[in-house]
Design a protein around this ligand. Structure first.
Ligand code: ATP
Length: 277
C-alpha cells in the first residue's frame, strides 16, 4: 500500500534521510521508532508530500503523494489547529476538503466525536481546549475522511491515559477496516497495545523491521528485588525464572519485586551493539 524506496534528503552536512526504505501493507500498523533526529518526521513529511526527496521514491497505492492527497490522513507532531475555529468547524473543513458533504459529513463528525470523546467540546473554539482535547481534535482532522493511509506522528505526546486510550482504540479500529498506518512514538507499550509491527530508524534509514516478538524476544529485561536491607537488580532474558531464583535465595523477607520488560532503549542498544560487530 505504502512503498518508500531508498529515500535520501540532505540539509547541508546533515543526512536527514540516507537510504530510508519502508513498506506498509493495508491493515498494518507500523510503529516507527528511533532516537530523536533519526529521520522519522522527515519521512512522514515526505510521504505526505510536504517534502521532496533528493532521490528515491514514495508510492501510495502505486502513485506519488501529489496524486493521492485525499487518501492520506496526517496527524502532525506539533498541534496545528486554527485557534478561533471550533472543533466541529475543523472537522467540517477537513471533511469538505476531502469531498464529504451533507449527511455523510455530519455522520462522520458524530462518530468521531463519540470515538474520541469530543462530544462535549464540538462547539468550543480550538484555542480554548485543553492539551489533550487539542490532541484528540488534531487526530480527528486526520481521520474524518477515512483515509486509506494514516500518518500519526507522535499523536499521544503530552496526552493523559484517557486520551491515549481513545486515540489508540480509533487507530486500531481504522487498521481493522483496512487502513495502512504509520505511527511514530517513543512508547513501546503503545505499540504493544496496537499490535503494531516495528520499524527502527537510525541515522536516516530503517535498520530493523519485524514483529515485536522478532525484535524484542531474547533481549534482557530487569528484575529488582528488595528483601530487608538487600536490594538486588539483575539483567535477565527470563525474568520469571530469575525472580523465582532470587526469592528462593533471599535471606530476608521479600518486601517488593519489580519486573521490567525490554524497553526501546534495550532494543536500540542491542542494534547498536550488533552494528559494531
Ligand atoms: P524526533 O524524534 O526528535 O521527532 P525525528 O526522528 O523525527 O526526531 P527528524 O525531525 O526527521 O527526526 O530530523 C532528522 C534530522 O534532520 C535531524 O538531524 C534534524 O536536525 C535534521 N533536519 C530536519 N529538518 C531539517 C531542516 N529543515 N533543516 C535542517 N535540518 C533538518
Amino acid at each position: 500500500m505504502l512503498e518508500a524506496i531508498d529515500l535520501t534528503k540532505r540539509y547541508d552536512e546533515v543526512h536527514a534521510l540516507d537510504g530510508f526504505s519502508l513498506q506498509v501493507a493495508a491493515g498494518e500498523i507500523v510503529g516507527l521508532v528511533g532516537h530523536n533526529g533519526a529521520g522519522k518526521t522527515t519521512f512522514v513529511d515526505m510521504v505526505s508530500g510536504l517534502l521532496q526527496p533528493d532521490s528515491g521514491e514514495v508510492l501510495i497505492n502505486g502513485r506519488p503523494p501529489t496524486q493521492t492527497r485525499g487518501e492520506i490522513g496526517i496527524s502532525p507532531q506539533h498541534i496545528a489547529l486554527y485557534r478561533p475555529l471550533t472543533v466541529r468547524e475543523h472537522l467540517s473543513l477537513y471533511g469538505r476538503l476531502a469531498g464529504l458533504r451533507g449527511a455523510a459529513l455530519r455522520n462522520e463528525i458524530e462518530d468521531l466525536a463519540i470515538a474520541l470523546q469530543l462530544t462535549g467540546f464540538l462547539d468550543r473554539r480550538a484555542g480554548l481546549l485543553s492539551g489533550g482535547q487539542q490532541r484528540r481534535t488534531q487526530a480527528a482532522t486526520a481521520l474524518i475522511h477515512r483515509p486509506s493511509l494514516l500518518l500519526m506522528d507522535e499523536p499521544t505526546a503530552g496526552a493523559d491515559p484517557q486520551t491515549r486510550e481513545a486515540l489508540l482504540d480509533v487507530v486500531k479500529q481504522r487498521a481493522g477496516e483496512g487502513a495502512a498506518v504509520v505511527y511514530t512514538t517513543h512508547y513501546l507499550n503503545e505499540l504493544a497495545d496496537l499490535r503494531a509491527t516495528i520499524a527502527v530508524a537510525s541515522q536516516g534509514k530503517v535498520i530493523a523491521r519485524g514483529s515485536s516478538a522478532e525484535l524484542l524476544d531474547g533481549l534482557p529485561g530487569e528484575v529488582l528485588l528488595t528483601a530487608g536491607a538487600d536490594q538486588v537488580r539483575v539483567s535477565t532474558t527470563d525474568p520469571t525464572a530469575t525472580l523465582l531464583e532470587l526469592i528462593k535465595n533471599a535471606r530476608q523477607p521479600v518486601e517488593s519485586v519489580e519486573l521490567r520488560n525490554p524497553s526501546l532503549d534495550d532494543l536500540y542498544r542491542s542494534l547498536a551493539a550488533s552494528d559494531v560487530h
